[in-house]
Design a protein around this ligand. Sequence first.
Ligand code: UD1
Length: 318
Amino acid sequence: MATYLITGIAGFIGSSLARAALAQCDQVRGIDNFSTGKPANIAEILDDIDFREADVLDLDALQDACRGVDYVLHQAAIPSVPRSVAKPLESNRANVDGTVNVLVAARDQKVKRVVYAASSSAYGDTPTLPKHEGMIPNPISPYAVAKLASEYYMTSFYRCYGLETVSLRYFNIFGPRQDPSSPYSGVLAKFITQMLAGEQPTIFGDGKQSRDFTFIDNAVQANLLACKAPAASAAGRVFNVATGRRIDLNETFQTLKKLINYAGDVKYGPERSGDVKHSLADLSRAQESLGYNPTVDFEEGLRRTIEWYRRKEKAAET
Ligand code: UD1
């Protein structure tokens, strides 16, 4: 039985990881400051986890939380490209200083391995598709820079202190519990809930931008594998976590329209500053070194996500 510390445990990804670790009968400790995470995401599992309300900027709380832990899954972050464009200092504090604090505490408490939620945004507008980890990064937004800086810190802690680290570059993760309510929410959470409510979604730009949207179960699988993979093939390294297929936003809207049975149309707004045009992952490194293989494809992921929001809506009505 292993003990995990999940930072950002009340977030959509953190709370999914907690459920998966509990399902394996592992012990779960978690911290969250509820800046973007929601108490509702962990309400059902609160009795089964050791939860502490704390910020990743609080080094003492982290030292305490890392005591006796085998693996840290570091998910705490302030996400969103446009939010970082509006508030670069906030992004840097949470996404860079927060990560260095996690690494210092994990090193001091002799944690076995830290797995980090890195981001596909690090690739930026590199024209080559698919994006592979050997490419020189080209981040556009402050968010992308912060996520990339943290990756470098991860590798640096492996090289300088021998702390085993693995960075997983997430490609647009979506699924149940993703918060749809903020203007900075992920596009699929927004579109699905808007369309279920009969509201009209907005595509920023011409809708020809494409993403390698990745269902949450695939990201969970990658994290669990990253903890157990041999150090020789995983430690100090960076891996893409994606589906390996890209779809543009116009087509995404059409797919959702069919699945939801939505009668309306989409509207178009101005392109977003800092936006990446195309994103698609090469998965060979993750396959070879971690044994990662996405098990839920895009459409199946959408079906499950739509179903979850539908059930949530019904529960709220009764
Ligand atoms: C980026 C990262 C992603 C990371 C996320 C964290 C890339 C390629 N991806 O996602 O890995 O997890 O940040 O926040 O950099 N859009 C609309 N209408 C809306 C909302 C969004 O058209 O109402 C468009 C955006 O302009 C963008 C696309 O949908 O082109 C996806 O946006 P979003 O879901 O916010 O994620 P990224 O910024 O791609």
